[in-house]
Design a binder for this molecule. Structure first.
Ligand SMILES: [Zn+2]
Length: 449
């Protein structure tokens, strides 16, 4: 039996009571949490490996990136609104090779892990190679291939490829790999593709991930083309429900918010991407008030440009306070829930991860409280100033240790699994080659709408 304990840490459990334990211990056996509570109340068996944080570290559930796209295209297409940006993004996919996909995933998964993200929903291509990358690093990933079947979109994945990936990889790597039916967007996929995805949801017991209602211009075009708005169309296709995760949903009206709440459909909220691509500000406080489950997503390096969920949490809160002229909008505890248990629920994994509770998998993140940006810190059972500073001051670079399934993948800020220098160097070479190949395809760039 593999057993370790983290002792004398500030534990932010994000359990149903949002319990904060100022001087806490968590005991892990064979990858699962078997005890959590005040340090003096937990009996530690004799042969346990003890990581004594001496009151200088905080421990959180691993963060969940509920919507991302692996990529090497960082900072390349800037200063563009979504509809102008998408044709450039498509060039990446015309040029992308299997090797590019692998190096993209390795780089992004390494960045995610080092920043405290233990689970990623990745929508990308050649996803068997993404699974290889996740296996090397030890990250928990949900793979949703970019499926498209409309004319001119033949460079994306096919439904058959998606189904094959389900058969070969769903539940692999001790359950750390989950495969979804991925659908790019209403303009990329036929009615048949959506209905087939719903059938696969039933046949294979998998979930569905797609983009929806990201931008106003897009929403107008959907209405003009289909005679219904995005949520109405997806509802018409039978897609809404507890096993569906929609990315963005920026331009929802009141009826659509109610419909998503009633059907139990989750949303991956991506506030930095929505701001960068001038898509708008999602109505997150209204969504939460209606009972919609929200996860938090980075949307990947192309439209973020960072994969740091600490940054995403801060921005998610601030953009609501600023645009609503309401300093009480989206407080720290709500945002932390979105980045942990909310994301886990959006992925159907809330029974296994997303909080520090007995029986759950030990996906844990530890931060150094000795850093200048987290000092002074005061931890109380209500969180103290540390709760606010974890959301508004912490950075991924404050993360010292990361465990997934109880395995220590990041130790004192470095990967225990891969040669980081090699991952970065190969991504650098591969990225510059991809940029060249994209530029050579510029004549194939076509308008979106
Ligand atoms: Zn996206």
């Amino acid at each position: 039996m593999q057993r370790f304990a983290i002792t004398h840490a500030a534990l932010f459990t994000v359990d149903p009571q949002d319990r904060v334990i100022p001087d806490g211990t968590v005991l892990v056996e064979d990858g699962r949490i078997v005890a959590v509570g005040p340090a003096e109340s937990i009996e530690i068996p004799a042969d346990t490996v003890v990581i004594d944080s001496g009151g200088k570290r905080a421990v959180l559930p691993g963060l969940v990136d509920a919507h991302s796209h692996s990529s090497l295209m960082r900072g390349v297409t800037e200063n563009m609104p979504l509809m102008e940006w998408l044709p450039y993004y498509q060039l990446e996919h015309r040029a992308l090779t299997e090797e590019d996909a692998y190096h993209s995933a390795r780089l992004c998964y390494l960045e995610a892990l080092k920043g405290g993200t233990t689970c990623v929903m990745d929508m990308f291509r050649f996803m068997d190679r993404c699974a290889d990358a996740a296996g090397e690093l030890g990250l928990r990933v949900n793979l949703a291939p970019y499926v498209a079947d409309q004319p001119g979109k033949d460079f994306f994945s096919t439904r058959e490829e998606n189904k094959r990936l389900i058969r070969t990889h769903h539940g692999s790597q001790s359950g750390r790999i989950q495969v979804w039916m991925g659908l790019e967007h209403l303009f990329y996929c036929s009615e048949d593709a959506y209905r087939d995805a719903v059938r696969c949801q039933q046949d294979y017991g998998v979930r569905i991930h797609t983009h929806a209602c990201e931008q106003r211009e897009e929403e107008d075009a959907v209405l003009k083309h289909f005679g219904r708005r995005s949520i109405g169309m997806l509802d018409h296709y039978g897609l809404l429900g507890e096993k569906t995760l929609l990315a963005h949903c920026v331009w929802l009206d009141d009826d659509e918010i109610k419909r998503l709440a009633d059907t139990g459909t989750s949303i991956a909220h991506c506030p930095i991407s929505n701001a960068k691509l001038a898509s708008g500000v999602a109505r997150t406080p209204d969504m939460l008030a209606a009972g919609i489950n929200l996860g938090l997503g980075t949307d990947g390096p192309v439209c973020n440009n960072s994969l740091d969920l600490f940054e995403e949490m801060k921005f998610a809160s601030l953009i609501q306070k600023a645009t609503r002229l309401d300093a009480r909008a989206l407080p720290a505890d709500q945002v932390l829930r979105m980045a942990t248990i909310g994301g886990a629920k959006a992925l159907g994994l809330d029974g296994e991860i997303g909080s520090i509770e007995i029986g759950k998998k030990a996906d844990l993140v530890m931060l150094d409280l000795g850093a200048p940006n987290l000092t002074p810190h005061e931890v109380t059972h209500a969180g103290g100033n540390l709760l606010w500073n974890l959301v508004f001051a912490a950075r991924g670079s404050n993360v010292t240790h990361v465990w997934v399934d109880g395995r220590c993948l990041i130790e004192e800020g470095r990967s225990t699994q891969v040669d980081e220098g090699h991952v970065v160097a190969t991504a650098q070479t591969c990225g510059l080659s991809l940029y060249e190949r994209c530029r050579a395809l510029d004549h194939l760039r076509v308008d979106m709408i």
